[in-house]
Design a binder for this molecule. Structure first.
Ligand SMILES: [Zn+2]
Length: 313
């Protein structure tokens, strides 16, 4: 009888942990990321003037996944357009940002060749490999090859979020490179984190502590928060939670004009054109959709912005 009671108590505890979920990673948080809180008025005053940054978006790998993960097929727009689930071709990008004073940064990381050669060693167990369909991933340019363009001199990594396909280049990034994320991205608890915590921990092992952007309320209420990353109005981190708790977009004033990197707040071209948020991989649909609308309104106020989506041109 006593053994049964202990067994039930243990099962109860395990169930509680499973229901409450866990943090995405046990990797430590460091001091806040640099930059100063800004607002949409300040950002939009500058947007249409060319800036000092150079930005190159590179396809690291071609991939295909189920469309219902990339696009909310239960949305009224998708239903009325008759969009059916299918295998959808996408790309995994790395964005190389060069700032004349502050150095080279990579926004999301592409894919390391090490991960393709031996996914198990990089923390992707069999179950994750099957769920992610790593067999459908075809390398174009590994993170290591991409970093050769800047002689591997990297001043930091900006993450749009920490899903596996955005941190899969970490094995090629030196351990002393600072890592920047949105608030709550690594600390929010979720049941889904149970499946990916192992690989997230392993990819971050030995790396610098994660540094969160210090977002404050946008005085104009157009966004949840904006940070002027280098305090010179060249790069803005924009808080767009929903797909993940700390999803972050970036507005970059390049020498060729403004570019908006949406991250996976919008993954597909169809989703952008029809204002439909991503699908099954999304934590909070309502908030994601709200932030997608905010980005589309920004672009309608400044049509010269070039929009680069999470996984499609
Ligand atoms: Zn993604």
């Amino acid at each position: 009888m006593k053994t049964n009671r202990i067994l039930f108590a243990l099962l109860g505890c395990a169930l509680l942990v499973a229901l409450q979920g866990c943090r995405l990673t046990s990797h430590s948080l460091g001091k806040p990321a640099p930059g100063k809180p800004s607002g949409s008025a300040e950002m939009e005053r500058l947007i249409d003037q060319p800036g000092p940054a150079e930005l190159e978006s590179i396809v690291s790998a071609d991939w295909s996944v189920s469309l219902d993960g990339l696009l909310n097929l239960d949305s009224a727009e998708a239903i009325s357009a008759g969009v059916k689930n299918r295998e959808e071709p996408i790309q995994v990008y790395a964005h190389l940002l060069k700032h004349p004073q502050h150095g080279n940064f990579i926004i999301d990381t592409g894919v390391s060749q090490k991960l393709v050669d031996d996914p198990g060693k990089e923390g992707f167990n069999w179950l994750v490999q099957q769920a992610m369909h790593l067999d459908r991933l075809h390398m174009r340019e590994s993170t290591g090859e991409i970093l050769q363009r800047v002689d591997h001199r990297l001043a930091g990594v900006f993450f749009t979020h920490l899903h596996a396909d955005h941190i899969s280049g970490l094995p090629d990034i030196a351990n002393d490179v600072p890592l920047y994320i949105g608030a709550l991205e690594s600390t929010d608890s979720s049941f889904k984190n149970l499946f990916v915590r192992g690989l997230t921990d392993q990819l971050l092992q030995g790396k610098q502590p994660l540094q969160e952007w210090h977002f404050q309320a946008d005085p104009q209420h157009n966004f949840e928060g904006i940070v002027d990353v280098f305090e010179d109005g060249s790069v803005f981190a924009i808080s767009v939670p929903g797909h993940t708790p700390g999803s972050t977009a970036f507005l970059i004033r390049t020498t060729h004009g403004p570019v908006l990197l949406t991250g996976d707040a919008c993954i597909t071209r169809w989703g952008w054109d029809h204002t439909v948020e991503p699908g099954a991989f999304t934590a909070d649909h309502e908030r994601n959709l709200e932030n997608l609308k905010r980005m589309k309104e920004l672009v309608s106020r400044h049509p010269q912005i070039e929009v680069r989506l999470g996984h499609q041109h």
